[in-house]
Design a protein around this ligand. Structure first.
Ligand code: MN
Length: 256
């Protein structure tokens, strides 16, 4: 029987988390440690300026007054007595593709698991709420089984996005695309006439690359991307070294 840790960034009461638990329950023991409130767009934040309170709600169900990354950290360090066979974060209300991945608390929880060498998946769903998370059930369970049985490449998580279209027409293996939001800041006035700003909304400028997560989702396919933690642009190394000649600063690179 497998032990699977689940978390999310939408909070412990999110229907996507409930659907995830139901999808994975046939595989073994599912342990939930999730934030007590919505932490969407919290990225990989770790709470270091106050203590965290873990509350047991039920057998193998805990909530934490912290971030998704806090949840994974405390689950792996304190709640579980050994590393789980799999970590799954989601099912997020909304896609996590392209540049948005860097904001994502859902993906960041999977990043945290990957940093501890736990096979980790992030699962998100596009579309207008209320989302029918149950339609991801069979696919999520099948993916989880494959990842548990065969593992993932080192330092790599599986980022799964389901399209808004309820009829799943297929899976595409993709790379991270671009998804830049135009006019993402809205200016509004409060009842006293003061100006405030809302970040979010606007129109996404979509990526045109054929093999991207953005394109796959836009065409109604399930997108599965291998995401790794190495943020280095390896092509940039030769540019910094040879074109900008940065190693010639401060007396050269003789120590290399
Ligand atoms: Mn979210």
């Amino acid at each position: 029987m497998y032990t699977i840790l689940i978390t999310n960034d939408d909070g412990i009461h999110s229907p996507g988390l409930k659907a995830l638990k139901e999808a994975l329950a046939p595989l073994g023991k599912v342990v939930t440690v999730a934030p007590d409130r919505d932490n969407s767009a919290i990225s990989h934040a770790l709470t270091m300026n106050r203590p965290l309170r873990l509350t047991k709600l039920d057998e193998d169900v805990y909530t934490l007054d912290g971030t998704p990354t806090d949840c994974v950290s405390i689950a792996l360090g304190k709640v579980l007595d050994r590393l789980p066979d799999l970590l799954v974060s989601g099912i997020n209300n909304g896609p996590n593709i392209g540049d948005d991945i860097t904001y994502s608390g859902t993906v960041s929880a999977a990043i945290e698991g990957t940093m501890y060498a736990v096979s980790s998946m992030a699962v998100s769903m596009a579309g207008e709420p209320p989302l029918d998370y149950a339609r991801a059930d069979d696919l999520v369970r099948e993916l989880a089984l494959r990842v548990i049985d065969q593992g993932l490449p080192a330092n790599t998580l599986m980022n799964v996005n389901l399209p808004a279209d309820s009829k799943l027409q297929g899976v595409r293996i993709t790379r991270q695309g671009r998804r830049i939001w135009k006019q993402a800041v809205q200016e509004v006035k409060d009842p006293r006439g003061r100006v405030h700003y809302w970040i979010g909304g606007g129109t996404p400028l979509l990526d045109s690359g054929k093999d991207t997560d953005v394109r796959a989702l836009g065409e109604g396919f399930v997108s599965i991307s291998p995401i790794h933690l190495d943020l280095t642009n390896h092509e940039g190394i030769s540019y910094f070294r040879d074109d900008l000649q940065l190693e010639k600063l401060l007396g050269g690179a003789d120590n290399l």
